[in-house]
Design a protein around this ligand. Sequence first.
Ligand code: PLP
Length: 380
Amino acid sequence: MKKRKYYLPFAVPSLGIGEINEVVDTIKSGWLSLGPKTQLFETQFAQYCQVDHAVAVNSCTAALHLALLAHNIGQNDEVILPSFTFAATANMIVNVGAKPVFADICPDTYCLDPEDVVKRITHRTKAVIPVHFAGHPAEMTKFNQIAKENQLIIIEDAAHAVGAEYQGKKIGSLGNTTCFSFYATKNLCTGEGGMLTTNLGSIAEFININRSHGISKDAWKRYTQGGSWKYQVISTGWKYNLTDIQAAMGIHQLKKLDRFIKIRHQLAQQYNLALNNLRAVITPTEKPGYKHAFHLYSIQTPPGHRDQLIEELAQMNIGASVHFLPLHLMPYYHKRWGYQLGDLPITEAVSSRILSLPLYPSLQISDIDYITSVIKNSLT
Ligand SMILES: *Cc1c(COP(=O)(O)O)cnc(C)c1O
C-alpha cells in the first residue's frame, strides 16, 4: 500500500467560526475570566443534561478533586474505581488522602464491573467512581443500587461521555455528582476545561466556593457594577474556575454536540462495516438502552499484535493511541499500594490488546477506508 501524503492526526478539535467570533467578542468585552459567559454556559449545560446544577471548572481533574472533597472523602477512606482509566481519576483519590481500590471491568463495554466492585467493598469504602469508557455509559442502575445498599457515593468520571445517555437520560443527570472534561481532544472542547453536574444544591455550592479560593459565593461579582466589594474567605479553596474565553467556545460547542455525536456514530458504523469481517478484531459494542457518545473508537487487536499495528499505522502516516495502560501496574500504584500483575485479569488482557483509532467529526469516510485497509493488510 502507498503511504498517505499527509499525516492523519489521532484527534482534531472541531472549532468553527462561531467559537472564533465568540472568543474575539469576549476579548473585546474586556471580561476575560469567570463571568457572564461562564454562567451562560453553565445554565445551558445544566439544561442540556436535565440536571439542577452545573458548575464550570478548569479541568475534569479539578472536578474530580472537588467532587471528592465535597463529599468529605479523605483520610482512612477507600474509593473503588477502574484501573482502566486515565491517571487523574486515581491521582485525585490519593490527593485527598484516600486509598484507591481498583476493580475490574466488563469485557464488552470496558466499564467498571458492578459485581467486582461489590466484592471489594469494606467498612472503609466511601465512594465508587465509574468511568464511562470511550463514551459508553457504565451500568448506572446497578451502581445506584449498590450505593443505596452500602451507603456509598457515586461520582462519575464522564470525561468521555458528554452527550451519552442511559435509559433515555443524559449522563450528568443520573448519579450523585458527575465530572466532565473539555480538554482539547474531548467531544466538547474548550482547550482546557471541565464541568461538574449534580442535583444536590449543597454540593454545587461547595464546588462554586472552592473553585474560587474558598471565597463566599459569586466572588467575581465584586468587580461588576452594583457588585459588593465585601467578601469572606470561608474555606481554603483552590483556583479551579473556568474562564469566559473558554466558556465562549463551550457555548458554541454545546450547540453542535448532538450533531457531532451523530457524525461520530456514522463514522463508527463505517469502521464497524470494514472491521467486523476481520475475525481477529473486536469492535466496540453499544448495548441496548445505552447511547454511546463515541469519544473513542477502540478496537481489540489479536493478542500480541497491538504494538506492531500502531507502528505500522504510524509508518503509513496514521495517528493512533492506547486508552488505557492499566493504572494498577504503573510504578507509583505498584510501589505505594502493592498492586501487581494478575490482580485484574480482564483489565490486563484488554489493555494489552486495545487500540484507539482516529475519530472526530472532520474525519472522512475515505480516511476510514484507508485506515481499515492498512489494518487488514497488517492482520491478514
Ligand atoms: C481526559 C480525562 C480526564 C481528565 O480530564 P482533564 O479535563 O484533562 O483534567 C479524566 N478522566 C478520563 C477518563 C479522561 O479521559
